[in-house]
Every structure is written in C-alpha cells, then in structure tokens.
Design a protein around this ligand. Structure first.
Ligand code: IPE
Ligand code: IPE
Ligand code: MG
Length: 250
C-alpha cells in the first residue's frame, strides 16, 4: 500500500492489543548504526503507537520490551536496555499521565537494580487512577516464567487441586484482571511467539508484518486493525452462518 494511503478505522476494534516490538537491531544494522540506536528509535515509535491506540479507542495495550531470554544478549546491550527503560520513565511519565495512561508492569522486577525497580513502582503508583489506556509493559517477562510463578503461588496458598480452574489460573498470572489479548502483532517478519502471553494468547488473532518496529506507524496499525476486523473468531465452533444453514436443514 502507498505511504499516503488513508486507511479507515474499522468499526470492530480489539479491546486488547499486544505487540512483540521486534526488529530494532536489524533496523539499526540496515542504517550502519549500533543496535542500541535501534532500541532508542523503537521507544520513540512507541510514543506514536500509544497515541494512535488512544486515538482509536483501544483500552488495553501490552508491549513486549524485554524477555526473560534477552538476558542472554551481550552485557552492553542488556545494560543499554535497562538505561532506556529508565530514560523513558524519566522523560515520558508526565506526558503518559497527562494522556490518561495507566501503567502496569508484567514480569519480574527482582533482577532490576533497586533504583530502576523503585522508578517502575513509582510510575505505576503515579498513574494508577488513569483509565483511558491501560499499558502493560512486559519487561523481564516470560510466559513460562509467569506460569511457573502462578503454580508456585497457587501451591503456597494451599489451593486444593479441584479448585484449580481456568479462571483461577488466569487470576494468578501477572495479567490478573486484564482481558485476554484479542490481537497480537509481531513486527520484523519473524513468525513465532517467543514466550509471549502463552496462556492469555490461547485464542488471540495473530498479525505479522515484515516492518521493523521503529517503522511501524499509525497507518500500519490501522492496516492491522483492518485485517483483524475481517477475521472470524470461531473458538472451536463453526461459523454462525454455517450453523444457521445447518439448523434450517434439520
Ligand atoms: C526487539 O528488537 C527488542 C528487544 C528484544 C529488546 P531486537 O533487538 O530483537 O531486534 P532484532 O530482532 O535483532 O532485529
Ligand atoms: C522477542 O524478541 C522479545 C521482545 C521483543 C522483547 P526476540 O528478538 O528476543 O525474540 P527471538 O529471539 O527472535 O525469538
Ligand atoms: Mg529480535
């Protein structure tokens, strides 16, 4: 599609979008820049995407910023990503608050430096009464780690086996109280889930685009929403149209 093409906002929009913000490194590499420059460009883009989500009336946005596996990257990159999180909070917190964004964190804060942990907790507390957009930041997040944590807490709470239900498990996850994502977007052309929302994403729709995250703009988000609006979510059943025909034939 042409860059200037105007894509309309569809009527049916997802309540909860989650994004695997991938491709920062390759974006930088293709410009002869260090990988961290790609991560910085990625955070600039995040601001634009948050604004677009607010404009489109999306209620929940979950972003994958740092996975439990990303600790395996070179020390310099890991430290750079920690610094970027700190800079983003310092620079953007007031603006996010003014826009009505409620910040949440999913994942574990225990491996972060005490100062960064405090900063994250302060940002959550500061924005807790906002309700225009709930922004879940997945930082040091892994879907398996989340399920392991949930099982540990269920056992510690002495929950009897018969009481362990789908709903109970959901309530023990980092995302307790948040509806499951309707749509997960992954940028950069990779076609995998990389340990993201593996429980919550059981019935989400997936949208993949080759665009690197720093270039994923408002128009691209609209295209993803357009595509989502045409998906039929059947949850294992058959299409309502077919079901109607089948009932009449009986
Ligand atoms: C995603 O971009 C951001 C993080 C994982 C922190 P990458 O850094 O994975 O970029 P590529 O995939 O190497 O291009
Ligand atoms: C997933 O991207 C994690 C984030 C975007 C934070 P990765 O680049 O780490 O995933 P893989 O290694 O390609 O699966
Ligand atoms: Mg990547």
């Amino acid at each position: 599609m042409e860059n200037n093409a105007k894509t309309e906002l569809p009527e049916k929009i997802p309540t909860h979008i989650a994004i695997i913000m991938d491709g920062n490194g390759r974006w930088a590499l293709s410009r002869g820049l260090p990988r961290l420059a790609g991560h910085r460009a990625g955070t600039e883009n995040l601001r634009r995407v948050i604004e677009a989500c607010i404009e489109f009336g999306i209620r929940y946005l979950t972003i994958y910023a740092f996975s439990t596996e990303n600790w395996g990257r070179p020390e310099e990159e890991v430290q750079g990503l920690m610094q970027i999180l700190e800079d983003v909070i310092n620079r953007e917190l007031q603006e996010l608050h003014d826009q009505g964004v409620q910040l949440h964190h999913i994942g574990r804060l225990d491996r972060l430096s005490p100062a960064l942990r405090e900063k994250v907790l302060h940002a959550i507390e500061y924005t807790k009464n906002n309700d225009r957009l709930i922004l879940n930041v997945a930082f040091n997040y892994g879907g398996r780690d989340e399920i392991v944590c949930a099982i540990q807490r269920i056992i510690r709470d002495g929950i009897p086996a018969e009481a362990v239900t789908d709903e109970l498990v959901s309530g023990y996850l980092f995302t307790a109280g948040v509806p499951d994502p309707d749509l997960i977007i992954r940028t950069s052309g990779e076609l995998r889930g990389s340990n993201f929302l593996i429980w919550q994403g059981a019935y989400c729709e997936w949208y993949f685009t080759p665009t690197y995250w720093p270039d994923f703009d408002r128009e691209q988000l609209l295209l993803a929403l357009q595509e989502f609006s045409h998906r039929e979510r059947r949850y294992g059943r058959i299409s309502p149209v077919e079901d109607n025909i089948a009932q009449h034939a009986r």
